[in-house]
Ligand binder design. Structure first.
Ligand code: SF4
Length: 55
């Protein structure tokens, strides 16, 4: 399992607000700060408006 954010990310901030243990905003993109498969990762995947998160 590797959590990834694609170039499709539009920097909306939803993932980092849902799951700040794993996602952090870095300018106009989100980045993964920890490879932890915790439940909020799936929630962030389902909430990303452009489907940019995968694992
Ligand atoms: S929810 Fe999706 S579009 Fe929004 S910051 Fe996270 S990865 Fe980017």
């Amino acid at each position: 399992m590797t959590i990834k954010i694609s170039d499709a990310c539009i920097g909306c901030g939803t993932c980092s607000s849902i799951c700040d243990e794993v996602f952090e905003m870095d300018g106009a993109h989100a980045k993964v700060i920890a490879q932890k498969d915790i439940p909020c990762v799936q929630e962030a995947i389902e909430s990303c408006p452009v489907g940019a998160i995968s694992k």
